[in-house]
Design a protein around this ligand. Sequence first.
Ligand SMILES: Cc1ncc(C[n+]2csc(CCOP(=O)(O)OP(=O)(O)O)c2C)c(N)n1
Ligand SMILES: [Mg+2]
Length: 890
Amino acid sequence: MTEKTPCTTDADPQETTEWVDALEAVIKNAGMERAHHILKQLSDHATRTGAQLPYALTTPFRNTIPVQDEASMPGDVFMERRIRSIVRWNALIMVMRANMDNDDELGGHISSFQSGATLYDVGFNHFWRANNDKQLGDLLYIQGHSAPGIYSRSFLEGRLSEEQLDSFRREVDGNGLSSYPHPWLMPDYWQFPTVSMGLGPIQAIYQAHIMRYLSARELVARDDRKVWAFLGDGEIDEPESLGAISLAGREELENLVFVVNCNLQRLDGPVRGNGKIIQELEGVFRGAGWNVIKVVWGGLWDSLLARDKNGLLQKRMDECVDGEYQNYKANGGAYTREHFFGAYPELEEMVAHLSDEQIYKLNRGGHDPDKVYAAYAEAMRTKGQPTVILAHTVKGYGTGDKGEAQMGTHSLKKLDKETLKAFRDKYVIPLSDEELESVPYYRPPADRPEMEYMHKRRKALGGYMPSRINGFTPLQTPELDIFKAQLESTGERKISTTMAFVRMLSTLTKDKLVGKRVVPIVPDEARTFGMEGLFRQLGIYSSSGQLYEPVDSAQIMYYKEDKKGQMLEEGINEAGAMSAWIALATAYTNYRCPMIPFYIYYSMFGHQRIGDLCWAAGDMRARGFLLGATSGRTTLNGEGLQHQDGHSHILANTVPNCISYDATFSYEVAVIVQDGIRRMYQEKQAVYYYLTLLNENYQHPAMPEGAADGIIKGMYRFQEATIEGKHRVQLLGSGSILREVIAAAELLESEFDIAADIWAVTSFNELTREGQAVDRWNMLHPEQPARESYVNQCLKDQAGPVIAASDYMKNYADQIRAWVPGSYRVLGTDGFGRSDSRQKLRHFFEVDRYFVAIAALKSLQDTGDISADVVAGAIQRFGIDPEKPNPLTS
Ligand SMILES: Cc1ncc(C[n+]2csc(CCOP(=O)(O)OP(=O)(O)O)c2C)c(N)n1
Ligand SMILES: [Mg+2]
């Protein structure tokens, strides 16, 4: 604290100086802690007297770590600059080559990585420990569109070939490099998909949280492994980026480091042209309990700042907005002299000895390896708090007047010849002008000192990164009879599939084979789903245990928070709970500890609310169960339009490796869950499950003999017609509407002498995928005997038209039309939900037993089996108004 506050508006500068001197003396003689104590006392006293304090969460626009406290970087600065320069070069070249001499316009980004190169390089050289036999590596969430820079380093390390770099964004023929980090496409390399802005930060927070959860439960060792997340300053505007930072502060996640690459620009323009993104973020993160390290200025500013005795330079730094800072880098040294330093004659004087070139070169903190090293070292030392590093950089750094800090630099895909030459010169790449013609990569021979240095650094840190471990030791699946109770009839007792599921979950947690790995996750809905019994049984994970006596402590099922709690209660926060689920669902790779997470939520707030995370989970090869509870447009009756889900199965099916089921009976849930564990954890299939659960109570029959196979495939004959009948129909039903279908069969048989076979459809989605796969195979193998879809196998020998009804949009059941022999009619719940009784809703949405019966009769009319007046008579008898408005538009 050698500088003084600017005195421009100071009524009594001498008095101010005395106070500042007194403070300095305390710091010098008694230390920072003592100074902190005195300031706190003064502040408390002032507050008690009612004084308005100049309360600020931000500090001046300068580096948080004073020069004298900077940890100094070990190693060879020169070697590191060489490595970084070559990494920069190849990152640029691979994007240029992807867009050269072809009409494919494959795209890619240059400017983002060039702004962040030092931030990555210092991490790779000094901090990030790799995965290997002895250690679990640090977890890196890389800014997605900086991927070329990461590939470039791997190329230098010899992990990727020139051919592979040339296959950047050319993946179809194999061995290509994905545009962005995608574990699905590069399962041995990328760990986390981050390019959908905001998903990286929220996932990183929950990753760090789950890391603590797993060690608290003694499933993995608690060590100093860290989660590092790189974010763009523009990305910060995504609600997901900042939405969970208070959790990290509250949970004291010292294993988490955010690095925000503050190049002041996003895609279209400045992030905060009229303000200062670094200052804004400092306040936000500090308020959330983070350790904030600003890396604003590079070392070349140090001597100027040291000379800034009256604080005028600081004042100028504080008053300039980001739009101006962008201008200084875009317009060069003379412009900066005039517009930045020129604002005050004293400042102009201060830099009179510097050339324009030297002024231009006054560097920003994020481009100074020493400053970055000091910040990272501080982050590594920090205890009891997550750290955010706000690194000031220049977008398009090094790309000259075509790219550096230019408004459109984000979309820069190539440099012209002259700019490329200048780039080569700046980074001293040993390629001649002629050689540049072919836009070549450059990799020094293996025995060059910089190459040896680079390998040595990585060896010291345990190997190369990024790297993802795909394999894991399979789990042994419990036998189906673990769920014996759910396979039997409930007799007179009426329960919901949710209740049945909760019992299964409880049983699973006690299982010797997998019990410890089961993690129930709820977003403040446990009571809604009747899961409060698990609070006490499993305990709710809390890093601080339970510091209070819960108000319900006298009850058996009290609200028990516990340091070793098994259950996760993530609050009203579906995105957070899903991120926790993802961290657990990928624990098989990131912790080499397969976990079986069950995230249970209102089905309406799943794929619809957090669909992008569901998509990312597929990319990440997540393994686990999502449970969409209170599902069905007419089954969740009172809650109305925003709650009643009639489309989550349509959305679930958009994720290629999400297997989805709409079960009716508890034995179906049991079969699906047991088989899911087998497929995901024993057979190691890269899929995850979405299963809807219902809150309607009814009696459940025992599992029909031999039904398990059909339950898994998506349909089975639940019941054969009980009469011969004049005519016959095939009725299909799923979820709660299967029960209306069963009732409709009774109506048809008893009142119309029509025999009705009943099929329970557990997954129209799975049936569709299988049918499409069969069609595809048949198309490509015209000379082979055609294969038969499972739907066709089930229905081909059955007489009569087929009618399907579900509590989902008609499209859900309609998907299987191609494989249904003969006539097919579908009922579903298209339209906005509303509150009422289930009975009324099913009438309104036209999926109740009467509509199912009418649909069957109409189909028989269309096949010429019965006459129109029979159908019309039934419509009248069932009290259905034919002019009733269409629920789709009501
Ligand atoms: C959810 C989402 N919206 C939009 C985009 C498109 N996009 C990719 S990069 C980018 C700008 C990023 O700016 P910033 O976060 O500041 O990163 P920088 O490139 O400046 O480091 C945008 C809008 C995206 N990838 N994801
Ligand atoms: Mg940016």
